[in-house]
Design a binder for this molecule. Structure first.
Ligand SMILES: Nc1ncnc2c1ncn2[C@@H]1O[C@H](COP(=O)(O)OP(=O)(O)O)[C@@H](O)[C@H]1O
Ligand SMILES: [Mg+2]
Length: 349
C-alpha cells in the first residue's frame, strides 16, 4: 500500500488559529479496507490530515469518499470486516492505533467526543437523558451520581436545552429532533474532550435548527479551545463554519487549503466541480442544479492514476497511469493533480 500513500501529513507546517506545535490530531498515510466475499473495498488509500487545537477542519466530498470511515478510524470503530492496513493516527503525538482497548476506552468519549452520522438513533430509547450522562461521566471522570447530575444539567444548559432540571428525566423520544441533537452534542462535550468529531451533524435537521447547532459548535470550539473535525458534503457549511478544509475523493485527499484559499482559488478539478454544485442566488436557474457528471467510484482495485480521471474534464494520459502526489501550490495549499486548474479562471463567478 505504501506506494499509494500521499506522503507526509498534509501541510503540518501551517498554523491553525489556535496556535502551533504538535497537531492535536494527525493522520498519516492511513489506509483502510473492507475485505468482502468477492472483492475488497479500499475505503481509505494513504489519507493524511491534521487538526490543531482551536481549529475547525472541514472534511468534504461526495458520498462514499471515505469521510465516515476516517472518523470511525480515529475512534477505532471501523465496522467489521474493515481494518486499518497501514498508517498512523496520532492524538497529541501518541499513535492511538497502538493503544490497549482499556486506554482507547478513555480516549473515546473522554478525550475525543464524536457526534456520529446518524445521531438521532444514537440515543438509547429506553433510558432517560440523565442515565445517558451518568454512564459516560462515571466511566470517564468517575463522577458520583450527584456530581454527574450537576454536570449533566450544566452541559444541557450550555447547549441551550430549556429547563434542563426537568428535561433530564425525559426519555429521548419526548424531545424534538433539534433538542436530541443538542443532547448528543452535550453528551459528546460532557467529559470536556479536546477534540470533537462531528459526522454530518445537521443532515437530519431543518435549516434553522442546523444553523443553531453549527453556531453552538462554533461557540464550543472558541470557548474551550477545542479542535473540531466537521464532516459534511455541504460546502456552504464549510464556508461558514470551518477554518481549513480537506477535499476527499475515493479515500484520498484531493486538495487542502484554508477555507478562504479553497473558495478563492480552487485548484483540483474535483473541487471546482463541487463548487459549481453549490447553488448561488446570482446564478440563472439552469445552473443551480449543476452536478459533476458520473458517479464516485467504489474502489475495489488499487490502480495507478488519479481516481477522479474518469470524470475529469481535464484528464490527460498521464492522469490515467500515474497517481498525482499531494503537493504544495502554496505553503498551506496542497493539491493532488497533474494539471491544477488555472487559478484565475477556476470557477465561473
Ligand atoms: N461497513 C462497511 N462494509 C463495507 N464497505 C464499507 C463499510 N462502510 C463503508 N464502506 C465503504 O467505504 C467507502 C467509504 O464509505 P464512507 O466513509 O461511509 O463514505 P462517506 O462517509 O464519505 O459517504 C465506501 O465505498 C463504502 O461503501
Ligand atoms: Mg458518511
Amino acid at each position: 500500500m505504501s506506494d499509494q500513500g500521499q506522503g507526509p501529513a498534509v501541510g503540518v507546517a501551517t498554523k491553525g488559529p489556535g496556535g502551533s506545535g504538535t497537531p492535536l490530531l494527525e493522520i498519516r498515510d492511513l489506509s483502510v479496507s473492507f475485505p468482502l466475499e468477492r472483492s475488497t473495498i479500499h475505503a481509505l488509500q494513504g489519507l493524511s490530515l491534521h487538526v490543531r487545537a482551536g481549529e475547525r477542519l472541514g472534511v468534504v466530498g461526495e458520498s462514499g469518499s471515505g469521510k465516515s470511515v476516517t472518523a470511525q478510524s480515529v475512534m477505532r470503530m471501523v465496522p467489521s470486516p474493515g481494518r486499518v492496513t497501514s498508517g498512523q493516527i496520532l492524538f497529541e503525538g501518541h499513535d492511538i492505533l497502538g493503544l490497549s482497548s482499556a486506554a482507547m476506552h478513555d480516549v473515546r468519549g473522554g478525550q475525543i467526543g464524536m457526534i456520529p452520522q446518524n445521531p438521532l438513533s444514537s440515543l438509547n430509547p429506553v433510558i432517560t437523558i440523565e442515565s445517558h450522562f451518568l454512564e459516560v461521566l462515571s466511566l470517564h471522570l468517575g463522577l458520583s451520581k450527584a456530581q454527574g447530575r450537576q454536570r449533566a444539567v450544566e452541559a444541557l444548559r450550555s447547549v441551550g436545552i430549556p429547563d434542563p432540571l426537568t428535561r433530564i428525566h425525559e426519555y429521548p423520544h419526548r424531545l424534538s429532533g433539534g433538542q436530541r441533537q443538542r443532547v448528543i452534542i452535550a453528551l459528546a462535550m460532557a467529559c470536556q474532550p479536546r477534540l470533537l468529531i462531528a459526522d454530518e451533524p445537521t443532515t437530519a435537521l431543518d435549516v434553522t435548527i442546523q444553523a443553531q447547532i453549527l453556531e453552538l459548535m462554533d461557540d464550543l470550539v472558541a470557548s474551550s479551545n477545542l479542535g473540531a473535525v466537521l464532516i459534511t458534503h455541504n460546502l456552504g457549511i464549510v464556508a461558514g463554519h470551518c477554518d481549513r478544509v480537506v477535499v476527499m475523493y475515493a479515500g484520498r485527499v484531493m486538495e487542502t487549503a484554508t477555507v478562504f484559499d479553497l473558495f478563492d482559488r480552487p485548484s483540483h478539478p474535483y473541487t471546482v466541480g463541487l463548487l459549481r454544485c453549490v447553488p448561488r442566488l446570482t446564478r440563472t436557474r439552469s445552473r443551480v442544479f449543476e452536478t459533476i457528471p458520473g458517479l464516485p467510484p467504489q474502489v475495489t482495485t488499487i490502480s495507478t492514476g488519479c481516481p477522479f480521471a474518469p470524470r475529469c474534464p481535464r484528464a490527460a494520459d498521464r492522469c490515467r497511469t500515474e497517481t498525482p502526489p499531494l503537493e504544495p501550490l502554496a505553503p498551506a495549499h496542497l493539491v493532488a493533480c497533474w494539471d491544477p486548474v488555472d487559478q484565475g479562471a477556476a470557477v465561473a463567478k
